[in-house]
Design a protein around this ligand. Sequence first.
Ligand code: ATP
Length: 333
Amino acid sequence: MYFLAGDIGGTNGHVALMRAAGDGRPGGIETLAYRVFPCASFPSLAALLQAFIASEVHTPVSRCVLACAGQPMGDEVVNDNLAWPVRSDVLRATLGLDEVALLNDFEALAYAIEGPLAASGRHLCGPLVRGQGPSLVVGPGTGLGAAMHVPGSPHAAVFATEAGQMDFAPHSLRERKVLAWLAPDGGYVPVERIVSGPGLLTVYEALCALDGEVPSLETPRAVTAAAAAQADAHAVEAVELFCAALGGFTGNLAMTTMPTGGIFLAGGFLSSMFDLLARSAFEERFLHGRSVRALLAQVPVWVTEHGCHGVQGAAHWYLRHRATSDAREGAHA
Ligand SMILES: Nc1ncnc2c1ncn2[C@@H]1O[C@H](COP(=O)(O)OP(=O)(O)OP(=O)(O)O)[C@@H](O)[C@H]1O
């Protein structure tokens, strides 16, 4: 069976043509074509998918699975970061497909833990070997995603989250000042306002404003580049604060899930700033302190390329989901 698999974020749309062979285990899914598109270049998700179909698909395809930033609710994906509204019923009608299945993008990445994702990362901290417990995928991109993978029989269980929408918990006095700059009258500041690509730029702008300077850098990429080159003191501090906040957030998730199976840091740009992350306060903030430190020190953390793991995880989820629905229908027949 041929089908389309997409990993659709706020900035990039990864799309693949897949073929299912055998029973749909990760090893039984073949990626026949794969491309990444900038979402902002297309007026709709249907137009983006049509561009892929026109250039890469030369065989009839009637099924599609889309891992999208946000949470599917009925036919719709609920998310503030996507470039356009995403509705499976509209996509089905516009593209003439029989089925468009939706899941969360980090849920898909968590399914990819059973594929090459788990073996492909660079070790950041903690033990070198994975334990038997749950695993997490966590990743800043346009937003901040996270999902949990719990091993089990006959299948692991995967849990999507909206952890990036949790309240930002400042640690240092400087972080408290950034928080106050973001919300001068108090109120809700989700952690993804700080721990994401746009968040990194926001932190840089906040630090400049707190020191009475006019920001000169205009994109998150320019901030990490200036920090790597030690060319701008506020960029260096912004990256340091970003990495520390990512460490604190990831440690908070680890305290609630005890992921001795490991944490895989993903997202579109983290692997490109690995050296900055490795030199930062990430690990110190991840470990927190007091008695929990000894527990969190048992958790291995890797940084992985986001790449095509999202579409592969989405394909894996889709085939398992279809097998389960087919078995249920068979039992009721
Ligand atoms: N080298 C870099 N340093 C810092 N930020 C970067 C870098 N490259 C890209 N970004 C920022 O990362 C964000 C895009 O992240 P990503 O590539 O993960 O996109 P996405 O998959 O669409 O995101 P999401 O899944 O969170 O919606 C943009 O805000 C972009 O400006």
